[in-house]
Ligand binder design. Structure first.
Ligand SMILES: Cc1cc2nc3c(=O)[nH]c(=O)nc-3n(C[C@H](O)[C@H](O)[C@H](O)COP(=O)(O)OP(=O)(O)OC[C@H]3O[C@@H](n4cnc5c(N)ncnc54)[C@H](O)[C@@H]3O)c2cc1C
Length: 357
């Protein structure tokens, strides 16, 4: 059924943000069932009081408060080491946690605390939202969810630069979401470029489809959890190259290869049909909003004193906001303010209620 759809120019709709309506319909129709992931959305839409996009210190702290306020809470996060705190090797200035502690371990503690109050966590990438629908709709790689309120907590680790050929071949072999586009690469060789949890989880996902996965790691060592690096290292369909720079994505109308250069080595072109790019930078991550919310010139979101954006019921916290000191404790505090405001928004209260229990 999935393949009967006509994709005239793009292999994927997911990164052609102008097609929000088509993409929304596609998700509504559950056509991604062909991905063979045992999707469970046959039972109708999954409804939450609040969906938190991003599970770093901001998102996880918000979840502690919304879940404890008995709001049905879902946190969708694309990978523990895909965020700023998740990649931090040691942190010693988080109040109450003397440290040094690995940033990923600190985030894990916050997430377990939120889970203990009933918050649900899903490892997935949010690829779109529909803010005009009631309730609001959140589209992830594997499923679609609805919520009365949304808290955005995706941080500022977005890519700043693209390589030659990347923009031109976007949707024609270039992708940023294997869970969305992986099925298009059945029995074809692909490259995955990145070094964090997200890159490795996506590479592992692609092993269901691709004939060979070339994992091109830009650093001399992984920045992902060992359980993932162990799994990918031993997978027979995955070839790993460490310390490799992506120079260009080559091809006429479709991706035909990636030009790469190992540190101190010669450039070569690796023939592949797909290039899945998971490189990080310092840009606020807002692409999944598809222009539905205004950003500042620097690409940040603006909020009021309760962390609400210009869209009622849509909140933003942490490194997504330019005005802020970029620290874990500040993101966590933002999360608390947003969570209390969400409770007020959903229950129509005039005053913010604090929970002293
Ligand atoms: C190298 C480094 C060292 C630092 N050291 C310190 C320190 O010592 N002390 C300190 O207090 N602060 C430190 N910081 C800053 C601190 O890490 C950040 O201010 C803080 O993590 C911001 O929290 P956040 O929740 O806004 O974003 P993040 O921590 O970046 O979390 C964002 C989350 O969103 C998820 N995400 C992104 N896009 C999507 C999507 N489309 N779908 C689903 N999930 C998504 C990511 O997986 C990530 O988990 C450091 C930052 C860096 C980069």
């Amino acid at each position: 059924m999935f393949r009967e759809l006509q994709f005239p120019k793009h292999q994927s709709y997911l990164r052609d943000w102008s097609n929000l309506e088509d993409w929304t319909n596609l998700k509504k129709m559950n056509l991604n069932m062909d991905l063979g992931m045992g999707l469970s959305n046959l039972g109708g839409p999954k409804e939450y009081d609040v969906i938190i996009v991003g599970g770093g210190p901001g998102g996880a702290s918000a979840a502690i408060y919304t879940a404890r306020a008995d709001l049905r809470t879902l946190v969708i996060d694309k990978g523990l080491t895909a965020g700023a705190l998740g990649i931090t090797a040691k942190i010693s200035n988080y109040p109450g946690v003397p440290g040094p502690i690995a940033g990923a371990d600190l985030v894990e503690i916050m997430r377990r605390q939120a889970e203990s109050f009933g918050a649900e966590f899903l490892t997935d990438k949010v690829v779109g939202v529909d803010l005009s629908s009631h309730p609001k709709m959140v589209m992830a790689g594997t499923d679609t969810f609805h919520a009365k309120a949304i808290i955005l907590a995706t941080g500022s680790m977005g890519r700043t630069n693209t390589v030659k050929g990347e923009a031109e071949l976007l949707g024609r072999g270039v992708s940023y979401c294997a869970t969305c586009d992986g099925a298009f690469f059945r029995d074809k060789p692909v490259a995955v470029i990145g070094n964090n949890d997200e890159a490795i989880e996506e590479a592992l996902f692609l092993t269901k489809f691709a004939s060979r996965i070339h994992l091109l790691v830009p650093t001399p060592a992984f920045k992902a959890r060992q359980v993932l690096t162990d799994e990918i290292t031993h997978h027979p369909n995955v070839t790993i190259q460490m310390g490799v720079r992506l120079k260009e994505i080559v091809g006429e109308d479709q991706v035909e290869g990636v030009r790469i250069q190992p540190r101190g080595g010669e450039e070569t072109v690796l023939p592949v049909n797909g290039a899945f790019v998971y490189l990080q930078g310092g840009q606020p991550i807002t692409d999944y909003l598809m222009g539905q919310v205004e950003t500042t010139e620097a690409g940040c979101l603006s909020v009021d004193a309760e962390m609400q954006t210009s869209v009622p019921g849509l909140y933003a916290i942490g490194d997504l906001l330019c005005s802020h000191i970029k620290q874990a404790v500040v993101a966590a505090a933002d999360g608390v303010i947003a969570a209390v405001a969400v409770d007020k928004f959903i229950h129509g209260r005039n005053k913010i209620q604090t929970d002293w229990k």
